[in-house]
Ligand binder design. Structure first.
Ligand code: TPP
Ligand code: MG
Length: 632
């Protein structure tokens, strides 16, 4: 005889059920539990006000609501939060249909590229379509089931549209799986039609049981470990390239121990910049186009390269020109098989910490040749002296950006955090910064998204209120997205924002010059009636006044001494403080001596371009495919 088991149900809207479900999700790694979704950013419109909005109002204890000013910015803040929590906790983001939703697409791409978890809940147009087309509906004549939210598909690691309340449970569970899977994580999007959000259904009570998502530390399989060890043991000039994966996996101590035991020099990517403290004897600094000459010289001659938690972006490889030994072989320790397979390396698919520990044990008694280690130490000594000089240029009338960076680092305590994303600051930080703490360096350089800086700083501080957060932002980035200062003020989240005013794009200006494009369109100036372009006078804008109008304390610094005083005042303050400082846009930092592939026009009427093209073609000849199988 069949017995039908009845499950207890509870009648709720889809919005209420999702909020309740999210409040019951936990991640766990190394035996420690964390709330997986710690809160929810939201901007309301007709597409979410009665659904998720009403649910957040009804149960404030389930999910803390945070009010942002721009949907893209709230995704940045949530992503920065997740990175600071080493991918074990994140925030959700709810929006209306239409522009509120599509404003999040850039943030989604940033999350997915940086492999950082964020839960996006864009509203969607009516599932029933009773009144179509509704306000902000796309209406494609050839495909009635596409909405603007389909734009999230290519930039999400998981996408679903919940067309019926009955679909919520499985969509939500798969969403949590992807958020917590260290190899798959990125933007996770649940598009929620506005009628479905408000529709009631009898949800099974067991959907709301506490769920703990175990975050594994997979160990390398014995065969790939043996293959990696064989390659490493054969090395005469080995180099480690540590990426963001080391920080996400909390593997800095394991990296430090491995480097100390083997003496292999450690170079770092942008995301991995603070994976090893500057003081570690094996640390050789940033690698690649924005790296140190020390790391790049070692990379040039390396016969074996161990990549740990890196996705081998072109800045890291100097567009595949950096590793010049024709017989160079790679070993890739990575949680994602996708990244471990790159450069034809021996693929050790494993957690960074577990993999480094396994390698340390397996290589007991072996170390890199002494002359290689002393060559590395000597190169670092020379580079450190160059950096010291860049910090102390005493340039007048306007200071160099390198001096600003040096002063910020001096003003910071060891556990404070520096945040940046786009323009010339990230490259200068990668070259010059001397990290002390793995979470103390937060530069978004997977997407290098102008506008991330202030929103990202907000997310960092929300995730780590015990740390002082110093946001370094250029005037261009500031003009793209400064409005989250208002959110910081409203939430009483204190940031120190250093606003580097150089009247335009110092970074792209220098790049433009390098490709023969004569800084065209990279300065913020009046249109000149004679030349027809923007090379007139400097504009009469006042970004310090702008910051004050958004509710921040503002300090206008003139010159370096004044700037140092302002930093001390700002650090001691309890309020979000913007320090405005003018710098000279034409002063660079010491060269990394590593290239970056940016195509130059093949034919041109400007002689500067023709010359740049010749240099470009020369550099192209040093580019290598890196396809030789390491294990052969
Ligand atoms: C959203 C976005 N648009 C365009 C770019 C291309 N880009 C990179 S840096 C930059 C200029 C940044 O200017 P600013 O913030 O003033 O920094 P600076 O170059 O002066 O250091 C531009 C336009 C980008 N990275 N992100
Ligand atoms: Mg600028």
């Amino acid at each position: 005889m069949n017995t039908v088991r009845t499950t207890n149900t509870v009648r709720m809207t889809t919005g209420q059920a999702l909020v309740r479900f999210l409040s019951r999700q936990y991640s766990e790694r190394d035996g420690v539990e964390h709330r997986l979704i710690e809160g929810c950013f939201g901007i309301f419109g007709h597409g979410n006000v009665a659904g998720i909005g009403q649910a957040l109002l009804e149960r404030p204890g389930d999910l803390t609501y945070h009010q942002a000013r721009n949907e893209q910015a709230m995704v940045h803040a949530a992503v920065a939060y997740a990175r600071t929590r080493r991918r074990l906790s994140t925030l959700a983001c709810t929006t209306s249909v239409g522009p509120g939703a599509t404003n999040m697409v850039t943030g989604a791409a940033l999350a997915t590229i940086n492999r950082l978890p964020v839960l996006l809940l864009p509203g969607d147009t009516f599932a029933t379509r009773v009144a179509s087309p509704v306000l902000q509906e796309l209406e494609l004549p050839y495909a009635a089931d596409i909405s603007v939210n389909d734009a999230f598909r290519p930039v999400s690691r998981f996408f679903d549209r919940v067309q019926r309340p009955e679909q919520l449970a499985h969509a939500a569970i798969q969403a949590m799986r992807v958020l917590t899977d260290q190899a798959e994580t990125g933007a996770v999007t649940l598009a929620l039609p506005q009628d479905v959000q408000a529709e009631a259904w009898d949800f099974p009570e067991e959907l709301f049981a506490k769920r703990v998502w175990h975050v594994r530390r997979p160990v390398p399989d014995p065969d790939s470990l043996a293959a990696a060890v064989a390659v490493l043991r054969s090395a005469r000039r080995p180099l480690i390239v540590a990426g963001g994966g080391v920080v996400h996996a909390d593997a800095s101590a394991a990296l430090a121990a491995f480097a100390a035991a083997t003496g292999i020099p450690v170079a770092v990517t942008q995301a991995g910049k603070a994976a090893l403290p500057h003081e570690h004897p094996a640390a050789v600094g940033g690698i690649g186009h924005t790296g140190s000459v020390a790391a790049n010289a070692l990379a040039h001659d390396a016969d074996v390269v161990l990549g740990v938690g890196t996705r081998w972006q072109d800045f890291t490889t100097a567009s595949r020109t950096l590793f010049a030994d024709p017989d160079v072989r790679f070993v890739n320790l990575n949680i994602a098989a996708f990244d471990a397979a790159k450069h034809a390396g021996v693929a050790m698919v494993a957690d960074a910490r577990a993999g480094l520990e396994a390698l340390t044990t397996a290589l007991t008694g072996w170390s890199a040749p002494a002359e290689h280690r002393s060559r590395a130490a000597e190169a670092v000594r020379r580079w450190d002296a160059e950096v010291d000089a860049a910090f102390a240029r005493a340039h007048t009338p306007l200071p160099a950006q390198s001096e600003i960076i040096g002063a910020v680092r001096e003003a910071m305590a060891p556990h404070d955090v520096v945040v940046s994303a786009a323009g010339s600051i990230p490259g200068d930080l990668h070259k010059l910064w001397r990290p002390t703490d793995p979470l103390g360096y937060h530069v978004e350089y997977g997407f290098s998204c102008m506008g991330y800086e202030i929103a990202g700083g907000l997310g960092v501080k929300m995730a780590a209120p015990e740390r002082e957060v110093f946001v370094l932002v250029g005037d261009g980035s500031y003009l793209m997205m400064a409005q989250e200062i208002v959110t910081a003020v409203a939430e009483d989240v204190k940031l120190v924002i250093v606003l580097v005013q150089n009247h335009g794009y110092a970074s792209i200006g220098a790049l433009s010059e390098a490709v023969g494009a004569e800084r065209f369109g990279t300065q913020y100036r009046f249109r000149n009636r004679q030349s027809g372009t923007f090379d007139g006078d400097v504009l009469p804008i006042d970004l310090a006044a702008n910051a004050a109008s958004l509710g921040a304390n503002v300090l206008r610094a003139t010159g370096l001494a004044d700037f140092r005083t302002a930093l001390t005042t700002a650090r001691a303050s309890t309020r979000t403080t913007v320090i405005h400082i003018d710098t000279d846009p034409l002063l660079g930092t010491p060269s990394s001596q590593a290239w970056w592939d940016v195509p130059v026009a093949e034919v041109a009427t400007t002689p500067t371009t023709t010359k740049a093209r010749r240099d470009y073609e020369q550099a192209k000849t040093t580019q290598r495919p890196l396809l030789r199988p390491a294990a052969s």
